[in-house]
Design a protein around this ligand. Structure first.
Ligand code: CUA
Length: 229
């Protein structure tokens, strides 16, 4: 999760988020190089006193400074396109989770396992444990196995919500009447926090998501405990 003075991206917990961070750094590097170059040229213009009375056109330099930026843009566009298709790739998921956005809470269904379903509400500040995270913890967490391909189906019951977990690089809109799909692979155990990120009404800020990433045998234990009840 994000903590104080953390201005950058969160540490990744999935291979796709790792790739997103690499792409972010790559794009930022190009951005800085362009800003420095253009900034330098603009600054130096103030001190330029050269005049050429016969200069009307310069075909060559205009060719260069048109094509060069286009080539630079390709260095951003191609990795971006690669990532776009990589994010959409689904590779034989072993668990499917369905998350439904409501005003203002999430509900979850594990359709593979005897249709386990539950609601997940934010814990109000006055009921929060001393080690709890305010506005971020929920009463029922989403338990998922680590080191497994997980498919997420997102929809909503009333207005548009968005199921967003920064550490996993997941952000999918839940739209009434539609079923959106995404997938991820959590590569370490831990708690991963997320929040709704579509403006869904008065309590939009109060429908967080908590994923509890556990080893596969713990997940099986959790799932079988919940199937009996
Ligand atoms: Cu649901 Cu914002």
């Amino acid at each position: 999760m994000s903590t104080w003075a953390n201005l950058g991206l969160q540490d990744s917990a999935s291979p796709l988020m790792e790739q997103l961070i690499f792409f972010h750094d790559h794009a930022l590097l190009i951005l800085v190089m362009i800003t420095v170059l253009v900034g330098y040229l603009m600054f130096m213009l103030f001190f330029n006193s050269y005049i050429n009375r016969f200069l009307l056109h310069g075909q060559l330099i205009e060719m260069i400074w048109t094509i060069l930026p286009a080539i630079i843009l390709l260095f951003i566009a191609l990795p971006s396109l690669r990532l776009l298709y990589l994010l959409d790739e689904i590779n034989e998921p072993s668990v499917t989770l369905k998350s439904i956005g409501h005003q203002w809470y999430w509900s979850y269904e594990y359709s593979d396992f005897n249709n386990i379903e539950f609601d997940s509400y934010m814990i109000p500040t006055n009921e929060l444990a001393t080690d709890g995270f305010r506005l971020l913890d929920v009463d029922n967490r989403v338990v998922l196995p680590m080191n497994s391909q997980i498919r997420i189906l997102v929809t909503a019951a009333d207005v548009i919500h968005s199921w967003t977990i920064p550490a996993l690089g997941v952000k999918v809109d839940g739209t009434p009447g539609r079923l959106n799909q995404t997938n991820f692979f959590i590569n370490r155990p831990g708690l991963f926090y997320g929040q709704c990120s579509e403006m869904c009404g008065a309590n939009h800020s109060f429908m967080p998501i908590v994923i509890e990433s556990v080893p596969v045998n713990y997940f099986i234990k959790w799932i079988s405990n919940n199937m009996n009840s």
